[in-house]
Design a protein around this ligand. Structure first.
Ligand code: GDP
Length: 314
């Protein structure tokens, strides 16, 4: 009797529990590669590990063949050498020389218009929290900031944003009416931003994904209306690192609709799925600019490929 190959979901399940036990993706791989004489099953194990960490098929193949080559050429099995190889190859995959800065020059002929940031993403990914944290980062850089609560669908969303506004000391433009036109709120926020001569207007939006076309209509309109005053400087897509391949599909929809210029990957704390950084950059061709590392006001960090890789392999 030939045993049927284990199904992918079951393999994933088994490995997921093992991964969470071993702690770090890098450590798991270094452990396997340090076994010395490597068998096909060892490489399969590495492949599974990378796929579970959401690195994606292409990047997994690429990393596997680079590591095979380097391990073979060096004839190495000591864990330090292997860790160095892995760090270098991961860095090459993650870094890609992408520009991760925010472009927030003031606009208009005489700099009389604010830079604008449009935040998009599915509800629950951490969008509103990220708006608050990002406002905090900008204020710490000495910028004046105004928030726009264009998620008018849920009354609680504007309230939540107001709480963040108070916490970080910035004003929030919102509508008194639940269900108001989000584009009108966004327009008003930019207009108020210009009148108050603030540096940056940050607009929070709703992320109802019930159908692609309503989302497209609503977000498209918000962006168009903002651009009646000044081009949108940055469109940041907020993506939950724990949602894996589903998150990637969402990302594609938003990129299509809103022309995303950067990604904020939230909930990277407590996720063994850091590979999503690589797959989302490859899928969208857009850099991860910030990562969310917790629920607190200071838990947003600029994404730094080198420290990210260090955290994975050590
Ligand atoms: P929104 O619906 O996209 O606006 O999402 P919220 O901002 O309301 O966030 C949803 C939940 O995720 C809240 O409980 C947040 O505290 C939590 N959250 C947001 N960002 C992070 C993060 O980086 N790490 C963790 N652990 N939780 C986060």
């Amino acid at each position: 009797l030939i045993e049927a190959p284990e199904s992918l979901p079951s393999r994933m399940q088994r490995l997921r529990s093992r991964l969470s036990g071993s702690g770090s993706l890098g450590r798991a791989i270094v452990q396997i590669l340090s076994r010395g004489e490597l068998k096909a099953t060892d490489w399969e194990e590495i492949e599974d590990t990378l796929l579970i960490a959401d690195l994606g098929l292409d990047a997994t193949d690429e990393l596997m063949s680079r590591m095979k080559e380097r391990v073979a050429i060096a004839g190495a099995s000591d864990s330090n050498t292997i860790r160095t190889f892995l760090a270098e190859e991961l860095l090459a995959l993650v870094d890609e020389n992408l520009d991760r800065s925010l472009h927030l020059d003031k606009q208009g002929e005489n700099g009389e218009l604010p830079a604008t940031i449009l935040m998009v993403g599915v509800n629950g990914t951490g969008k509103t929290t990220t708006v608050g944290k990002l406002a905090r980062v900008l204020v710490a850089e000495g910028k004046s900031v105004l928030l726009g609560a264009a998620d008018t669908f849920r009354a609680a969303a504007a309230e939540q944003l107001s709480t963040w506004g108070e916490r970080v000391g910035v004003d929030v433009i919102k509508s008194d009416r639940e269900g108001a036109d989000p584009a009108a709120v966004a327009f008003d926020a930019v207009k108020q931003g210009a009148m108050r001569a603030v540096d940056v207007v940050l607009v929070d939006t709703a992320g109802r994904l019930q159908t692609k076309s309503t989302l497209m209509e609503e977000l498209g309109k918000v962006k168009r209306v903002m651009e009646k005053q000044a081009p949108v400087s940055e469109v940041l897509l907020v993506l939950d690192a724990t949602t894996g391949q589903n998150g990637l599909k969402q990302a594609q929809v938003f990129a299509e609709v809103a022309g995303v210029t950067g990604i904020v990957l939230t909930k990277l704390d407590g996720s063994a799925k850091g590979g999503i950084v690589v797959s989302v950059q490859k899928t969208l061709g857009v850099p991860v600019k910030f990562v969310g590392l917790g629920e607190g006001a200071d838990d947003l960090a600029p994404f730094d490929p080198r420290s990210f890789v260090d955290a994975i392999v050590n």
